[in-house]
Design a protein around this ligand. Structure first.
Ligand SMILES: [Zn+2]
Length: 397
């Protein structure tokens, strides 16, 4: 048992409790057993953490990462051994936990590393966040696929897509990632251009459904976004050039959600050609304002947005909390909404709202203590959390 005392709570993220401060008791099965007024819970033998009136949040979700990506020199991936790749991915997963992330959705890997990490976690070998893994990315033959070593599985007909999707599930992955449009960071890729055919995407959605998963669809261009919604993908990743029609379609849908990614945009401009090619830099600069305006419009329309960063390990470690403050700088989101996106919204989008996403009696005890009031100043997220509690491990930073 572990008792968190004197927790400043955020009402929207703490269900079934009124009041500004609380003590939170997590039982031996890591389930939240009681939330009550400070000083009222007697729990003999419990380990006590005094949050000292700092803010306590539920564990964060990262809905878009690539655990195998170590830095922005993407071509380096092709020179790494499988062992190096696995070790780097494991340490990236641990860094996520230290920053308060307890659920990670991996959007594409090489050497099937993320499914292996899940297996290692299930064996009890490593304590890392819960991972939702998509394996290799299903994509048509396209410009720039070779940028990311063997991260892509090329498939050019419904039958090839069927084979590719089945392969990912065979390897132990949970969901499917598809490329519906070109990408900024694929050499000579055109982000606005649709690349996947309707019959191919429908096939991926069908196979994923049969296997109890779903499809996450990479889409920048508006037509690709609309195809994704029409075919029933669970998430639209990035959504950079989303238009009014697509926003209306998402508003009317309770099946498909937008996961914008802000930190990667910030990181690309900061890189300024140090690691990225001229083609990648050119696209990042050219589309910056259009992307900011489009995603801000989707936000103002009231869409339920998920939380994804797409950031590499090097930037993730150098700039703690990057996706949190990037969302205000890049998309002009409100501070408290950003915290809700990272927890409650993303848990719902990932289908895990029964057990995660808010602090509530009966849900999993995954808590993050942040110094100060991040709902009033999102830059508080730049500092590492004071404490992270997850599955029996208390991390003190
Ligand atoms: Zn990505």
């Amino acid at each position: 048992m572990i008792l968190f005392k004197n927790c400043r709570i955020i009402k929207e993220l703490t269900e079934g409790y009124e009041g500004e401060f609380a003590d939170i008791l997590i039982n031996g099965d890591d389930i939240i057993e009681r939330i009550d007024k400070p000083g009222t819970i007697e729990a003999e033998g419990a380990f006590i953490v005094d949050a000292k009136n700092n803010t306590v949040l539920p564990g964060f979700f990262e809905l878009h990462t690539h655990l195998c990506i170590t830095d922005m020199n993407y071509h380096r991936l092709g020179t790494m051994s499988q062992a190096e790749n696995a070790i780097e991915a494991l340490s990236f997963a641990r860094e996520y936990l230290k920053q308060g992330y307890t659920t990670i959705r991996d959007a594409g890997t090489i050497h099937n590393v993320t499914a292996e990490l899940k297996r290692a976690k299930a064996r009890g070998t490593v304590n890392i966040p819960d991972i939702i893994s998509s394996g290799q990315i299903i994509t048509p033959t396209e410009n720039g696929n070779a940028t990311f070593a063997n991260m892509y599985y090329e498939a050019d007909s419904p039958y090839e897509v069927r084979k590719g999707c089945r392969k990912q599930f065979e390897l132990g992955n949970d969901i499917i990632k598809c490329m519906l449009t070109g990408a900024y960071l694929n050499e000579a890729g055109n982000p606005g251009e649709s690349i996947m055919m309707e019959d191919e995407l429908l096939e991926a959605v069908k196979v994923a459904k049969m296997k109890g998963g779903y499809v996450m669809g990479h889409a920048h261009g508006a037509e690709g976004i609309k195809l994704g919604i029409k075919c029933g993908v669970r998430t639209i990743e990035h959504g950079s050039f989303i238009d009014d029609e697509a926003i209306d379609m998402l508003k009317a849908s309770n099946k498909t959600f937008l996961v914008p990614t802000a930190a990667i945009g910030l990181a690309c401009l900061d890189d300024d050609g140090a690691s990225l090619s001229e083609d990648m830099m050119d696209k990042s600069k050219r589309y910056e304002l259009a992307e900011k305006a489009a995603v801000n419009k989707a936000y103002r329309a009231g869409l339920k947005l998920g939380f994804g960063s797409d950031i590499d390990k090097e930037n993730f470690i150098r700039y703690p909390g990057m996706e949190f403050y990037a969302r205000t700088e890049w998309f002009d989101f409100e501070y408290k909404d950003i915290l809700i996106q990272a927890t409650k919204n993303s848990a719902e989008i990932a289908g895990l709202a029964e057990e995660k996403g808010t602090i509530k009696v009966g849900k999993r005890g995954e808590l993050v203590v942040i110094e100060g009031n991040p709902d009033e100043d999102i830059y508080k997220m730049k500092k590492m959390p004071l404490y992270v509690y997850f599955q029996g491990e208390l991390i003190e930073n």
